[in-house]
Design a protein around this ligand. Structure first.
Ligand code: GCV
Length: 689
């Protein structure tokens, strides 16, 4: 009987028109199933969007009356909102729009709707686009920029541009994102020319009703590069005057302009240190210019000198002495880890340590170090691990999340940024599952204590269950089958996917052993003469015949000392250092005995192998869900998983064969033998397939 039922289910789904589906609709694909009467006394472009969304996507009881009330409520913070079955209440129009998206999401995912207040964790929730003015995107894997292009029509704003920007704005608003930096932190000085500012204004006009402010990355040396000045010294009065005038020009066009993002004295970018000034001098000069209009400066702490030392220590060493010297409209933007968006890093010790300065986390949604748009890697679990990390700065409970959202220290402004993975590809992100990372970033920026499991369930339901054709036909028993045969295995797969990537790329605290430049495949051997040591993998893995790992203990680089006790001692002591960070903090002999009882070498082999097995399992999971997904997304994901699997195999073989030259030990015999030669892997350098 049960078999018959399963056959019926399969036939049912097969008979549905699981039509081609390019993924452009993201998680916003539902259509209304009934009528809602909306009572709203106010009118504005934002409220009009809210009303339109309700009419288009209502899945509650038909004929319900819903009141939208904009009125001050001290329990509601900023653009937060209160939902109850018959009313959405907020301080602002934008709060109402957010409330509408929350209500609709709950209707679609079957979550309870009861009286509840939702307040944002961070006041500013931003995407950072690393888009260049010629339309290319640094570390972008989903096509060209949606904002910029080269060629003679580069400044013309077409109807298509506006439509796309509006869809982009809607998607962002639906997950609470309220700011976007339109261009690369490696900024072109031309960003501040009048013609480009004009185009930025056009974008701002489209984004505004959705509550999204625009910000710009600026090049520190703009005054001399485009302003005709002899210097860009932040303490020079002419320079100050130039920035003041530029800021005025921007606000004349974009009255709600958010502010500047600055990468200074980092990876060759100019900055105040070029003039003997400090980061604080540079940031404050811009902050003063922006202050009268309420703008802010997001000043990045991603700095590391060429002069050696442990790169992981440098941001802390450079910025801690400046704590307290920044204007209150400066926020220091700090990458989650102390090195650079690696598959796994401990949190940057700057979080919680700077007590008199606003600090905001920077996450990377685009998968520079996590398989680009080829590998299926759900980053929410990585960000959850980061946000929930204990800093101990004010005792237990001082998590990174609480140290940055104003719960532990008062911050004039709170913010979080994610480096965008969006481009002109039809599905926006290059990989259908990379959309989940955009979604997860927005959800965590709104509520930094959400669990990845909840985010995963929401995203899967919204993205896959609601295709217009099948959702209405799937009545309860079928939905139960869908839960069991699609939701459950896909959820498990994505929740495991980041750990799998860590396993097949760099387990046990290894980091930055990528091939150079493209940062896609393995390159633990890469160290040409004359290249900066801290740009080469051997600097990070330190493998030799004695062992492997970077010694950051008190007797090594002493990076552990930048962490608050008891973390300093915990990371320093081999007995207490979590094994996930082992080779981040310790250099250990190949025969070091792990908690599992295996030697370090054997354990490394096992982890690489487990990572590969996990991807093979993902392939099986995906093939099995075919009846429940449209053909286009099925085939496209299937093909990416094939690539990911062969890449995982290359990662495993490359790293094990390379490190084996130092460990001089066999790969445990129960583990599958390598199928590639090291010479071959070095030769192909795993250029993008
Ligand atoms: C925008 C890494 C990336 C660079 C990036 C830099 C940064 O080094 O490889 O592409 O530049 O980080 O965050 O500034």
């Amino acid at each position: 009987m049960r078999n018959c039922f399963i056959c019926f289910i399969i036939l049912f789904f097969a008979s549905l028109n699981l039509h081609a589906e390019d993924g452009h609709d993201l998680w916003l694909r539902t259509k209304s199933t009934g009528i809602v009467d909306i009572v709203c006394e106010k009118s504005s472009s934002t409220l009009n969007i809210a009303i339109q969304e309700l009419k288009q996507c209502w899945r509650g009881e038909s004929g319900t009356t819903l009141t939208l009330t904009v009125k001050p409520n001290i329990l509601i913070v900023d653009d937060g909102f209160k939902i109850s079955p018959g009313e959405i209440q907020a301080n602002t129009d934008l709060g109402i729009l957010y409330g509408v998206y929350e209500l609709l999401r709950r209707q679609q995912t079957g979550e309870q709707i009861k009286e509840e207040i939702f307040n944002p964790s961070y006041e500013r929730r931003l995407l950072n686009h690393w888009d260049n003015l010629d339309g290319s995107i640094e570390r972008g894997y989903a096509g060209l920029s949606i904002f910029w292009r080269k060629g003679k029509d580069s400044l013309i704003v077409t109807g298509e541009d506006k439509k796309l920007w509006e869809e982009y704005a809607r998607a962002n608003a639906s997950i609470g994102i309220n700011g976007t930096v339109l261009n690369n932190v490696n900024a072109s000085p031309n960003m501040l020319t009048s013609e480009i500012i004009n185009r930025a204004k056009e974008v701002a006009d489209v984004l505004r009703p959705f509550g999204i402010k625009i910000y710009l990355s600026v090049k520190f040396s703009s005054p001399s590069l485009i302003g005709g000045l002899k210097t860009s010294d932040p303490l020079n009065p002419e320079v100050t005057k130039w920035w003041n005038a530029k800021v005025k020009e921007i606000y004349n066009l974009i009255p709600d302009f958010g502010g500047f993002l600055v990468k200074a004295n980092s990876e060759g970018q100019p900055g105040p240190q070029d003039f003997g000034r400090t980061h604080a001098d540079g940031a404050n000069m811009m902050a003063d210019a922006l202050k009268p209009n309420g703008g802010i400066v997001m000043w990045r702490a991603f700095v590391y000198e060429t002069s050696g030392g442990d790169r992981a220590k440098q941001a802390y060493s450079e910025f801690m002495p400046l704590d307290g010297q920044f204007r209150d409209n400066v926020i220091i933007q700090v990458k989650n880890g102390p090195v650079d968006f690696q598959p796994r890093e401990p949190f940057s010790p700057l979080f919680g340590a700077m007590k008199k300065t606003s600090v905001m986390p920077e996450l990377q949604i685009t998968q520079e170090y996590l398989g680009h748009s080829i590998h299926l890697v759900f980053l929410s679990t990585m960000w959850e691990e980061f946000l929930q990390s204990e800093t101990y700065q004010q005792g237990k409970g001082s998590t990174v999340a609480r140290c940055t959202d104003g719960s532990v220290y008062p911050q004039k402004y709170t913010a979080i940024a994610g480096v965008s993975n969006i481009g002109l590809d039809a599905n926006w992100c290059g990989h259908h599952f990379a959309q989940a990372n955009w979604y997860a970033f927005g959800r965590l920026a709104w509520n930094n204590s959400l669990s990845s499991e909840q985010i995963a369930v929401e995203w899967i339901k919204l993205t896959f269950c609601q295709t217009a054709e099948n959702f209405d036909k799937i009545k309860d028993p079928l939905l139960v089958e869908w839960d069991l045969n699609f939701l459950k295995p896909v959820k498990q797969m994505i929740l495991e996917s980041r750990e799998a990537a860590v396993n097949y790329m760099m387990p046990l605290g290894l980091h930055h052993i990528f091939a150079p430049d493209h940062h896609y495949g393995p390159g633990p051997w890469w160290a040409p003469k004359g290249v900066r040591k801290d740009w080469t993998p051997p600097y990070y893995h330190q493998a030799d015949t004695n062992g492997i790992g970077f010694d950051r203990t008190q007797t090594g680089s002493n990076a552990v000392s930048q962490y608050h006790e008891p973390l300093n001692s915990k990371f320093n002591d081999l007995k207490t250092c979590p094994e996930i960070y082992l080779l981040w903090f310790h250099h250990l002999p190949w025969n070091y005995k792990m908690k599992s009882g295996r030697s370090l070498w054997d354990e490394l082999c096992y982890y690489y192998d487990i990572g590969l097995q996990q991807v093979r399992q993902f392939q099986k999971v995906w093939d099995k869900i075919q009846p429940y997904v449209d053909s286009q997304r099925f085939v496209e994901v299937q093909s990416k998983l094939r690539n990911q699997c062969s890449n995982a195999h290359e990662w495993k073989d490359a790293c094990l064969l390379y490190f084996q030259q130092f460990s001089r030990q066999p790969i445990p015999y129960e583990i599958e033998r390598p199928v590639h030669d090291l010479e071959y892997l070095i030769e192909i350098d795993m250029k993008r397939h």
